[in-house]
Write a new protein. Structure first.
Length: 293
């Protein structure tokens, strides 16, 4: 549900900005959601495996919920596949409609075009970072509260689960928000210190994600029913960090070269020249070409 809301927000954002790069990324995101629906079906069947000789309190509470909702899981897979096909087709049509509008703001300066392209790519990656970083954080937090908390109280290990809960909130939730805010503010204001903080926090985040992968692989029984979910998100998180760091460094090297002044000028001009009119319709005063001041 949250993933679909996130998709709608990014689609509106991409259409408003006529950002073809973000449309392509959204197609890949939709394909990932379709793959995730298959993973969810497989993980649910593993969770309800009758051969499990040591079920947790959460599994006992769920009972036959999986068998009763199996039809909904299959329906979800079919809807996701159909929706992804339709979305891909519409995104392709929008791509043809937008053309190279995203680059028209930059004029004929090829170096400035490259800087603006990397700026757009990095901003797009930050949006996906937000979803996947917090997606893992929320899933792991739910696992601790729903599955591990009742067992810890029953076994008298409440202090242990509280310590793990605090560590996760600090190392995952707070770290992710601080990292992304620092990157966004540093990129928009061309503040190098904020970008350095972002790069350092990326290294810390990568270390934490590697630690979590090791924890899941060494104690799979504890993560029964959520192992594949968490590993899926951890894999995406680490890939996003590996992509974010080099692009962030490139954007850092582009600071103080006139890009922000040009973007501010282009945004102010676009606000007065464009509206959310039907695609292909431009106001009369939008015919003038963008040029670098």
């Amino acid at each position: 549900m949250l993933a679909q809301v996130f998709t709608v927000v990014l689609v509106v954002d991409a259409i408003y900005l006529r950002n073809t790069i973000q449309l392509i990324a959204l197609v890949a995101f939709e394909l990932g959601l379709s793959a995730y629906s298959f993973i969810q079906f497989h993980q649910s069947s593993t969770l309800s495996n009758k051969g499990n000789t040591n079920p947790s309190l959460a599994l006992i509470y769920l009972g036959n919920a999986y068998q009763d909702s199996k039809w909904a899981e299959i329906t979800q897979i079919c809807v996701m596949l159909i929706g992804t096909i339709i979305f891909t087709f519409l995104a392709y049509k929008l791509y043809l409609e937008f053309g190279w509008h995203i680059y028209k703001k930059i004029g004929a300066d090829l170096a400035m075009r490259d800087r603006y392209k990397m700026y757009q790519i990095f901003m797009m990656i930050l949006k996906f970072d937000l979803f996947f970083f917090l997606g893992f954080s929320v899933q792991y937090l739910a696992l601790m509260i729903v599955a591990w908390w009742p067992e810890a109280i029953k076994e008298g290990n409440k202090s242990t689960i509280v310590r793990e809960l605090i560590e996760h909130i600090i190392l995952s939730c707070v770290l992710s928000i601080a990292m992304l805010f620092s990157a966004y503010y540093g990129l928009r204001r061309e503040k190098k210190i904020h970008m350095y903080v972002f790069l350092i926090l990326c290294l810390a985040g990568m270390g934490y994600y590697i630690y979590m992968v090791i924890q899941i692989s060494t104690d799979p029984q504890r993560f029964l029913g959520s192992k594949i979910f968490l590993t899926f998100f951890l894999g995406f998180d680490m890939v996003l960090i590996l992509v974010s760091v080099p692009i962030g460094i490139i954007c850092l090297q582009n600071f103080n070269l006139g890009l922000m002044n040009h973007i501010s000028h282009a945004t102010a001009s676009a606000s007065s020249a464009h509206s959310m009119a039907p695609l292909g319709v431009e106001k009369a005063n939008s015919s003038r070409r963008w040029s670098i001041e």
